[in-house]
Design a protein around this ligand. Sequence first.
Ligand code: ADP
Ligand code: ASP
Ligand code: MG
Length: 405
Amino acid sequence: MALIVQKYGGTSVGNTERIKNVAKRVAQYRKKGEQVVVVVSAMSGVTDNLIQLAKEIMPLPNEREMDMLLATGEQTTIALTAIALHALGVPAISLTGAQAGIVTDGVHTKAKIQNITPKQVHALLDAGEVVIVAGFQGQTLEGQITTLGRGGSDLTAIALAAALKADLCQIYTDVDGVYTADPRLVPGARKLQEISYDEMLELASLGAKVMQSRSVEFAKKFGVVFEVRSSLNDNPGTIVKEETASMEDVVIRGVSLDKNQAKVTLVAVPDKPGVAARIFNALADATINVDMIVQNVSHGAGVPATDLSFTVDKADALKATKVIETLKGEVGYHEAISDEKICKLSIVGVGMRSHSGVAAKMFETLAEEGVNIGMISTSEIKISVIIDLAKGEQAMRAVHRVFLG
Ligand code: ADP
Ligand code: ASP
Ligand code: MG
């Protein structure tokens, strides 16, 4: 008897018809004698709506209360999914993250899983139940409800698959698998049969929201092989696994666009030791993840000064500017400017390690499209550029055409 973890995302449980379809699929697996753990997201749009409601009251709501609020989205879906299975005569029981034994740290809205004690899940499976677990949520040791960051149901599924030593982990979504680029933005995007953890991790962190990046990190760490596939058909999906030798033959595996970035620039920061450390320590203390950082050469006579730019998630931009403002007197910069009209375009592939000229080709393509590059960052297997938001999709299609046909 195999143990399968299946995760269904927001669109896959977007209305009661879809939830009934999920129940049918689960029932089929169970009929074959498999034990099934189902992880579900909130119905599509629900998490966004809840965030909107809170922001109508105040722009920076308390993060503990946000977790209390957002966790309700998934709680609705687990119960409806259990009811849909009951309607088919399948024994099923829903569990919150806490009931499933998911213990996290106390960093509200982006908590990290510390451990999972799936005793109750095992017991219920052994008693013949389908176990339905609320994605995206956990609980601290002190009993506070936490959430795992946007897209966090992927992490719940991967972490449960690791903790339960599942034989199979399937991530059901609204596309057939992982594509060379978001198929909604690039009509010529192709479905990949397989992709390495490192490539999937880069694509995910660089904006391909098909998988939450932290979930891929977790899968890599614990060797959880998983399949991304559609809940709307039976097509085989994309297998995400450890890199194999032949994967290096492909130079670029995919292109991604992240429109969720904002750039903060500190104008005329005194150019002396300790300033950058002070700024980025303050941001880290506020649990703001900084992505790219660029510091220009010094300018001005007298006290040398420099411009310092960094990028953060749009959701953190306001918080970042607030933190920076508290440092104005101490650091002595001229002004802080936040720019939300930017995006990050990236190309990813393990084959980049063994092929040269990739960056040149990307920059040339952007030049031909009349796209100006604001910031550049590279790693062994990716190149990212910050460009004008309005030109993001056009640039993405051009780069995809040049590298992936
Ligand atoms: P779910 O609600 O199932 O978690 P998401 O909306 O989080 O689904 O992720 C699926 C979406 O990711 C797709 O609808 C697609 O538009 C988008 N996406 C972005 N990049 C890619 C890619 N490279 N391959 C497939 N889908 C992608
Ligand atoms: N409902 C959460 C979100 O919208 C978690 C998830 O869907 O994975 O981010
Ligand atoms: Mg998702």
